[in-house]
Design a protein. Sequence first.
Length: 143
Amino acid sequence: MRIVSGPNTLLLEITEVVPPTLPTPGDACLTAEVSTGAFSGRGSSWVEAPALDAFLSSLRSLDHTRKGEAQIESMSPGELRLRIYSVDSLGHFALSGRIAERNSAVEFHFELDPSYLSQIAGTLERSRCALPPNTSLERTRER
């Protein structure tokens, strides 16, 4: 899912999903790439299935009520954080976050067109369901 706001861009996608035969089914690897002005960054991090479910539910609620926020953070603190929130009672939204990889990090903040809310939720949900579970994770468990 590509989100564009003026010179700012965030690409967010689910790249792996833990299969149902493992202890943490539905956990997902999120990959995010941001470009904001002269700065950019890319990283991948795992998020727990319940955290992803809560994020998607909050996005749907935001789309309906135009109030509140939706946020998600990676299992490894500080690697990936994304927050989408209402900034006023007029229906304006903002997106902020952090992407870190090894010793580098990019923090960002920009306006978000509210039409993206349902698109983000729908795209992430569809990609989560469409991706085949990563069976290489099962082979790692068997060793």
